[in-house]
Design a protein around this ligand. Structure first.
Ligand code: HEM
Ligand code: HEM
Length: 216
């Protein structure tokens, strides 16, 4: 059997069981961790006084931010290859519509934030070298050909878009996490278990408790 068929049937064995595949699970948690780190580092660095640690945090923030763009592209490709599972999160109604809109907005922000950050970085002359995750060199966007007044304009627009993206994330993340907690603790359905790394269910364990969905 070809490798891609093997990988596909391995991943489908999870999604057909109403769970994300381990690759989908790790994409989710690595990206969630990076996004939270970016929100924290961005907030901190804008408040640091000018100096060495401000610059070092800018560099870390920018290089990790660009890896979010790469991961989002890979995640999107994976999603086309292996569709997400259908589980209680997809029950018809406004809640699943809201969840699907939130997911699309997250993906839009995973592109908007790194691209506007990259544009900001490229509009400040002379442009310092930048690498994805500190490894692969990324060329600046070609703003050095613009007049200084236009460079300033681009910087201003990119900064406004970046802040707009940050506000979007700051609103969506608590909504998303709150909805996940509601699914888990109130509805008691299988939504959160679908995105958690697999923990073997030992049916023979003496204290094994079965989750029973809340009625109604
Ligand atoms: C998902 C990815 C990213 C997130 C969540 C994020 C988040 C943030 C946050 C919260 C701030 C502080 C905003 C403020 O309080 O004024 C910020 C500022 C900044 N970010 Fe990002 N960022 C991301 C990607 C990037 C990338 C890829 C770059 C550069 C290549 C970048 C460059 C900057 C710069 C230069 C600032 C400072 C702007 C200023 O001084 O007003 N960011 N970011
Ligand atoms: C910054 C933090 C987070 C971001 C940006 C984020 C983003 C996403 C995205 C884009 C998806 C769609 C699936 C995918 O493409 O991977 C998703 C699914 C999901 N997330 Fe998060 N997430 C975050 C944190 C969390 C946390 C802390 C929880 C749990 C408490 C959680 C629970 C879930 C669940 C249960 C799903 C699956 C929903 C379904 O089956 O339709 N997420 N998340």
């Amino acid at each position: 059997m070809k490798l891609h068929r093997l990988v596909r049937s391995w991943a489908l064995s999870y999604t057909e069981n109403r769970k994300y595949s381990p690759i989908g699970v790790w994409f989710h948690w690595i990206m969630a961790g990076l996004v939270l780190f970016q929100l924290g580092s961005g907030w901190l660095m804008s408040r640091y006084p000018v100096g060495g640690s401000k610059l070092a945090t800018y560099e870390l923030h920018s290089e990790l931010g660009l890896s979010i763009l790469l991961l989002a592209l890979l995640r999107f490709g994976w999603r086309l290859f292996i569709p997400d599972p259908v589980n209680d999160a997809d029950a018809p109604g406004w809640q699943s519509t809201a969840a699907h809109i939130t997911q699309k907005l997250f993906y839009a922000l995973f592109a908007l934030l790194p691209l506007s950050g990259w544009a900001m970085w490229s509009a400040i002359q002379p442009v310092e070298p930048l690498r994805i995750a500190g490894l692969v060199s990324i060329p600046p966007m070609p703003f050095h050909t613009l007049s200084p007044a236009w460079q300033f304009q681009v910087l201003d627009w990119a900064e406004s878009l970046h802040v707009l993206g940050v506000i979007g994330l700051a609103l969506l993340v608590p909504l998303h996490v709150g909805a996940a907690l509601k699914h888990h603790f109130w509805d008691r359905d299988d939504v959160v278990r679908g995105i958690l790394p697999e923990i073997r269910d030992d049916e023979t364990a003496p204290d094994h408790k079965q989750y029973t969905p809340r009625a109604g």
